[in-house]
Design a protein around this ligand. Structure first.
Ligand code: ADP
Length: 268
């Protein structure tokens, strides 16, 4: 598969010009795509075990999207085979009073991965320049300086050995409508329906604008953003799985060599 490129630092982004149903990255269709995805998730399983055993790197995956964008689907489909011991998910909801009484990165830093670990952020510190901005939860002068703060924070994590990959799951407003409608129509999906999501939907354009700023101002060499066309669920998962596999393969990890140490052991 070709390499899927991240947003270049400072690149101007107009999300209305990026088609969420774009399939030019993989033109062989859904059936073949699903086959490839299975192969990639199998590879990921092996690479994750190696990552854990190798124990030298940390991997942080950030998932951001509008409601129904597919964050949960990515977590389920891309990571289905991996060993839960080395992978965890951190969900960031409306901050608790304790979290709010600290700086906004306090709750984030605590959940970053340790050596050998992969952590998936289901929402993240980016909420503090997205929902917080769109809903005027803090003044502009407060949220606007956070782009630099976030870049500096991620740079520190990266310099200390954390690999950071950030995925924006780009869906269209129409696709969201369909997915929300499915949740309404199917009683087994009612638990997922949150009337509050409709308020965010009404602010779609404001969110897109806020996302455009996030993508162009915080995609860096050390923590790139990938804009994933996500109207097609299989394609979204396929692209993400491919990026992850390529990133992990690029680390050229080897299992710790214990041949010498173990060569003297005899099991009676
Ligand atoms: P999800 O939609 O991720 O499955 P929820 O339905 O529980 O989970 O939504 C979490 C909510 O928490 C979202 O509406 C999100 O905007 C909000 N949230 C997350 N982080 C913050 C934050 N820092 N400040 C305000 N709201 C936040």
């Amino acid at each position: 598969m070709p390499t899927f490129n991240p947003v270049k630092p400072g690149e101007k982004i107009d999300l209305s010009k990026l088609d969420p149903a774009d399939s030019s990255f993989f033109e062989e269709g859904k059936k073949e795509g699903k086959k490839q995805l299975t192969k990639l998730t199998e590879k990921l399983e092996i690479l994750q075990e190696l990552f854990y055993a190798h124990g030298k790197h940390r991997l942080l995956i950030v998932l951001q999207a509008m409601d129904t964008g597919g964050k949960d689907g990515v977590i389920r489909h891309v990571f289905e085979g991996v060993n839960p011991q080395g992978v965890s998910v951190a969900n960031f909801k409306v901050p608790t009073p304790e979290e709010l009484s600290h700086d906004y990165l306090w709750r984030i830093h605590k959940q970053t991965p340790s050596a050998g670990e992969i952590v998936i952020f289901n929402r993240s510190h980016y909420e503090d320049v997205l929902v917080v901005r769109v809903k005027n939860m803090v003044d502009k002068h407060v949220w606007s300086r956070r782009f630099d703060q976030i870049n500096a924070f991620e740079k520190m994590l990266s310099e200390e050995g954390t690999i950071i990959l950030k995925f924006f799951l780009h869906i269209s407003k129409d696709e969201q409508k369909q997915r929300l409608q499915e949740r309404l129509d199917d009683p087994s999906k009612h638990w997922k329906f949150n009337p509050g999501d409709l308020k965010d939907r009404a602010l779609w354009d404001e969110y897109m604008h806020a996302y455009e700023d996030v993508l162009s101002r915080t995609s860096t060499a050390w923590a790139p953003w990938y804009i994933i066309p996500s109207d097609r669920k299989w394609l979204r998962s396929l692209i993400i799985a491919d990026i992850l596999v390529k990133t992990l393969e690029g680390l050229n990890m080897t299992l710790p060599d214990r041949t010498e140490e173990l060569s003297h052991i005899t099991i009676e």
